[in-house]
Design a binder for this molecule. Structure first.
Ligand SMILES: Cc1cc2nc3c(=O)[nH]c(=O)nc-3n(C[C@H](O)[C@H](O)[C@H](O)COP(=O)(O)OP(=O)(O)OC[C@H]3O[C@@H](n4cnc5c(N)ncnc54)[C@H](O)[C@@H]3O)c2cc1C
Length: 400
């Protein structure tokens, strides 16, 4: 019997697997796919992540595809853009995820793939994980890191299913292009573009230039998903018209994927079980960025579960510490992003862009916020205060 079975070897599962293996536990790292595998994704994240995970930074040459230095945020009607300097690391998920996976294996986790989990049973003294092939793995505890359609979340009743308003349905394609096209289109700073509420529907779009590809994607809240295909072609036509992608870019066969965007589920633990990453809804609801939260949650899950295993105390009251710990680490950031999501998908989004457009500092803060680079001092509260100051300043100027 293993100490821990981890279902899903994406950023959340591999990070938890490495942490627990380093602590000396016997870890079974399960995935339905053989690595390296791809995952439909933008593949962008803030450089902060690498300072928070130095062991990943030491492998950065294995996965950093390019670095962009400037973000451009487009208003819903496309009339206002906010431009601010804020770095974003661009990766291909095949490279990034296989680096994290290798790090977990090197630390001692035991890879088990392909193993498509269809059932998870929590018994009195163990957990049984069953595959579609009828194979069974037993462990003292399980971590569900199996993404947005998590079998572990469903089987443990932690999340039976997402309501359609709680997930965003996306279309995404990594389009090959040339380095010179990237240079001429996105400039020396390799500007990345983020769009809010494309076509007036709640959601977001993006254009992320990489070394020799451009990642183009669009997401709408799944309750509007019927219109996703037509909206995606509208979006790509608009990108071509404004020369953000070349006229002959082929965006047919874009891949579909879901991402949870209504904040984390209420309870992410139960007896002998923790959920990390997308399986628990740990995603920035404003932008759909979830790589960083999955890794933070994976590390915290590893530490808390490791202690619980040492004391052989795997009841829910002991594992509740996991929820408290990840709340401390990024709970308030997600709350701020939920507020921002409401504002930027609400009726006053246009006004907010107009205010932002009048102040370069505010634009920089908005770009940092959207790219996830904002440090402790640059949260939604500081942005709101700055916005208020800009409004007051303008009002005073008009009086004089
Ligand atoms: C279109 C799109 C674009 C995105 N762009 C970005 C971005 O630019 N930046 C960012 O930070 N985030 C982005 N995200 C979000 C990001 O992809 C996720 O938040 C992140 O991958 C979560 O990591 P995870 O480890 O929780 O889950 P995942 O990365 O989804 O990994 C889950 C793993 O579990 C395995 N698995 C699933 N079911 C089973 C099963 N039944 N049995 C065995 N194995 C199973 C899968 O094969 C997979 O390897 C995007 C998401 C989408 C959909």
């Amino acid at each position: 019997m293993y100490d821990i079975a981890i279902v899903g070897a994406g950023p959340g599962g591999s990070t938890a697997g490495r942490q627990l293996a380093k602590m000396g536990f016997n870890v079974c790292l399960i995935d339905r796919s053989i690595f390296p595998r791809d995952k439909p994704c933008g593949g962008g994240f803030s450089p902060r992540l690498l300072s928070e995970f130095p062991y990943v930074r030491r492998r950065s040459s294995d996965f950093i595809n390019s670095v962009s230095h400037c973000g451009v945020i487009h208003s819903p009607n496309g009339h206002v853009v906010l431009t601010g300097r804020s770095d974003m690391i661009m990766t291909l998920r095949t490279d990034f995820d296989s680096t994290l996976f290798r790090l977990a294996i090197e630390a001692g986790a035991c890879p088990t793939a392909p193993f498509n989990v269809v059932s998870v049973r929590i018994n009195r003294d163990s957990v049984a994980v069953l595959s579609s092939q009828g194979k069974e793995i037993t462990a003292r505890a399980v971590i569900g890191a199996d993404g947005v359609s998590s079998v572990v979340a469903r089987q443990t009743n932690l999340n039976r299913r997402w309501p359609s308003r709680s997930v965003t349905a996306c279309k995404v394609k990594e389009v090959p292009t040339t380095e010179s096209d990237i240079g001429s289109r996105y400039g020396q700073d390799r500007e990345y573009h983020l769009f809010t509420n494309v076509g007036g529907l709640p959601g977001y779009g993006w254009v992320l230039p990489k070394r020799s590809t451009v990642n183009v994607g669009l997401g709408v809240v799944a309750s509007h998903a019927r219109r996703l295909a037509s909206l995606f072609s509208l979006f790509t036509r608009m990108l071509k018209r404004s020369s953000l992608i070349s006229e002959n870019t082929d965006l047919s066969r874009a891949r579909g994927a879901l991402v949870p965007t209504s904040g984390p589920i209420a309870v992410s633990f139960t007896r002998r079980c923790l959920l990390v990453g997308d399986s628990a809804g740990m995603v920035n609801p404003l932008t759909g960025g979830g790589i960083a939260y999955a890794m933070h949650a994976g590390r915290v899950a590893g530490v808390i579960l490791g202690r619980a295993l040492e004391h052989d105390h795997l009841e829910a009251d002991s594992l509740m510490r996991y929820q408290q710990a990840w709340h401390r680490e990024f709970g308030s950031a997600v709350r701020g992003q939920l507020v921002a999501q409401k504002l930027f998908t609400g009726p006053f989004a246009g006004v907010l862009f107009e205010i932002g457009n009048r102040d370069t500092e505010l634009q920089k803060m908005a770009a940092s916020f959207m790219s996830g680079s904002d440090g402790e001092g640059n949260k939604i509260g500081s942005i709101a205060l700055r916005g208020l100051r800009v409004c007051l300043r303008e009002a005073l100027w008009q009086k004089i």
